[in-house]
Write a protein that binds this ligand. Structure first.
Ligand SMILES: Cc1cc2nc3c(=O)[nH]c(=O)nc-3n(C[C@H](O)[C@H](O)[C@H](O)COP(=O)(O)OP(=O)(O)OC[C@H]3O[C@@H](n4cnc5c(N)ncnc54)[C@H](O)[C@@H]3O)c2cc1C
Length: 401
């Protein structure tokens, strides 16, 4: 049965791989990615473990794992849907109302609609609960004002999961609410932000008097922190379990190929580092496989998702070091048109973000210490203080309302 499934996945991927589309102009890239996601959904390979009722396949994590293994052989254009699949979708499955699930989950899975996650602000990243975007009740719904930053895929997004403050009179974790915001609504402005690779994968998002209907609350009013923790848990598992495709310049296979091109595989020091890289990559795969099996058996990863997230980020850092040593000057200068040089530079410039996005490595270590290992909690002087009495982030001295 399992081998049948693998054969079906393998045949489908071979027949439907759109090839490299990353180099296309943004609009063409997006169209190609949407066509691929729609085909993936139609073939029953999107939302493999999600409930059938909401457009998923209702299969187990073993099938998901088989698909991930086979897909790693390709460079598939799934980037526009990472927030759909890894964060907003699973959170709606867990906590959305039946109306929200029936309205949003199918187009989210098929790639027809793209989602983004509006949490971080200029003054609230690691300490996201101190955010200042305000939602006030207005005409039966809500009016939202504020600014978000580092919003991945907002340039393409149709909807966002927005964490906003609905009550400044209570401590910071207590007065938050999660909303679904229409990214095409009046008052939403998206401005691209470039990273050091020269691409603009994330954005600033300004919200000026944006109207949100009452039915767009995910979970309960005032319970946004619980929803945020659910989404961050999914995000950490998703980031931690996504390994570089074999074609990525930082996978073990690619670094080994680089060593072969450099004639370095007989040098003991390089062999030792390559073996270390391989061992860590394999350990990470096994860790992720175990977490998937445990989730299947009814034990969700919870805070242990931070272990996978941290281990994945550290593995990329390790790969950067080994690949950088092997490439030498070739890691910073290469002949025009040298695909290996382009890929390695992009990998080296992009990979450090994995140790920041979804919570930095330092934050993951704190979560692991406190919630996995049961160590004493870090002191938090502001935990029980009403937000209006705090001087945090960009908040000025005037009344935040
Ligand atoms: C590629 C990428 C994509 C992203 N996409 C999104 C997105 O789609 N939506 C979204 O909302 N956000 C997104 N982010 C933002 C991301 O969640 C934040 O950058 C992250 O949470 C860190 O916040 P910060 O940048 O404000 O850094 P800060 O919180 O200011 O941290 C600065 C430094 O201080 C350290 N630090 C902070 N607090 C502690 C502590 N208590 N203990 C120890 N060290 C600490 C941090 O580890 C870090 O090294 C993205 C970021 C990146 C890089």
């Amino acid at each position: 049965m399992t081998e049948d499934y693998r054969a079906r996945v393998r045949a489908w991927l071979a027949a439907n791989d759109p090839g490299p589309v990353g180099g296309l102009p943004p609009a063409e890239h997006l169209s190609a990615a949407k066509r691929f996601q729609a085909a993936l959904y139609a073939a029953g390979f999107a939302g493999i473990t999600w409930p059938k009722e909401w457009g998923g396949q209702g299969l187990g994590t073993a099938d998901q794992q088989i698909f991930a293994e086979e897909a790693a052989e390709y460079d598939l254009p799934t980037y526009p849907f990472i927030v759909n699949m890894g964060m907003c979708g699973p959170t709606l499955v867990d906590l959305g109302t039946p109306e929200q699930k029936s309205r949003y989950l199918r187009p989210l899975l098929s790639g027809e609609e793209i989602w983004c996650q509006l949490f971080s602000e200029p003054g609230a990243g690691s300490d996201v609960a101190s955010l200042q975007t305000r939602a006030v009740r207005d005409d039966g719904g809500w009016a939202v004002n504020g600014q978000k930053v580092w919003t991945t895929n907002a340039q393409w997004a149709d909807f966002g999961a927005l964490l906003a403050r609905t009550d400044p009179d209570v401590p910071k974790h207590a007065g938050l609410t999660m909303f679904i915001v229409d990214m095409h609504a009046p008052g939403v402005t998206v401005r691209p932000l470039k990273d050091m690779s020269g691409k603009a994968p994330f954005n600033e998002v300004y919200l000026d008097d944006v109207r949100i209907p009452a039915g767009a609350v995910i979970g309960e009013v005032g319970q946004g922190w619980r929803v945020a923790i659910t989404m961050l848990g999914h995000e950490r598992v998703s980031i931690g379990s996504s390994r570089p495709s074999r074609s990525s310049a930082l996978s073990f296979d690619a670094v080994l190929a680089l060593a072969r091109r450099q004639g370095a595989t007989d040098v003991p020091a390089h062999r030792e580092r390559l073996a270390g890289l391989y061992a860590h990559e394999r350990a990470l795969e096994l860790l992720n496989a175990r977490m998937r099996q445990e989730a299947q058996a009814g034990r969700p990863p919870g805070a242990r998702g931070s272990v996978a997230k941290l281990a994945g980020a550290l593995q990329l850092r390790r790969a950067i070091e080994v690949a950088g040593e092997l490439a030498g000057a070739g890691a910073v200068a290469w002949e025009p048109g040298d695909r290996h040089g382009d890929d390695l530079a992009l990998g080296i410039n992009s990979a450090p973000a994995t140790g920041i996005a979804g919570g930095t490595n330092e934050v993951q270590r704190t979560i692991i210490g406190e919630r996995v290992l049961g160590l004493p909690k870090e002191p938090q002087v502001d935990r029980d203080v009403p937000v209006r009495d705090l001087k945090v982030g960009t908040q000025r001295t005037e009344d935040p309302r």
